[in-house]
Each structure stands twice: as structure tokens, then as C-alpha cells.
Design a protein around this ligand. Sequence first.
Ligand SMILES: [Zn+2]
Length: 114
Amino acid sequence: MPSNEGFDRKTFENVFPKTCTVCGKVYSTCDEFLSKTSSLDRGDLSQGPKNSVLAYRNCDCGSTLTIKLEDLRDYSPEGIKRREEFRKRLKQVKETEGLDDQEAVAKVKKEMGF
Ligand SMILES: [Zn+2]
């Protein structure tokens, strides 16, 4: 799944198959959904209710489809602190080592034992 910060998210089991209500196209799996839709200019993800994240993708027909993902982030004080450290370290790694987002996330995740 696309991720802005490198933290885990998973799809709710009942999300797929997902049908486009406009053109009737059916996406049977998450992989298929992601490979056959395109991302939006303004970004794919937004915070949903409780522990959920909403992902937006454009269908071939041009309509926007939304799927709800389970947000596996830890909202305890320790979890929040850990995310702050993660972000700080991520910025550092990108600035000092010139890594791109994906490389930097992988490196910091490894360092912090994710
Ligand atoms: Zn469609």
C-alpha cells in the first residue's frame, strides 16, 4: 500500500471486490486496484475516522474511488513519540545522505527495528 511515512496500513477485509459505481469496473484485489487506478495530484491518503485511513484513486473513467484502510499506527504516548523520532531521523537521513523517500524510510525503519 502507498504510505507517506512508512508505517503499516492494511486493507479491511471487506473492501474488495470494489466496483466503480460509474463505469462498473470491478477491482477484485488491492494489488489490482492499485495497479489499474491512478493516484490523485493532491495525494492518495487522508485520515479517516478512528484507526482508519482513506485512500483515493482515480478509475480509468475519471471518477474517484475511495477505499478505507486500517491504520496500524500506535496512538499511545510511546507510539507518538516513536513517530516523532522516526520523522526527525528520516529528515536527517535524507538531508545528510541524499537518499530518496523510499530509501530513507527503509533505512530508518531498519535502524529503529520496525
Ligand atoms: Zn470507473
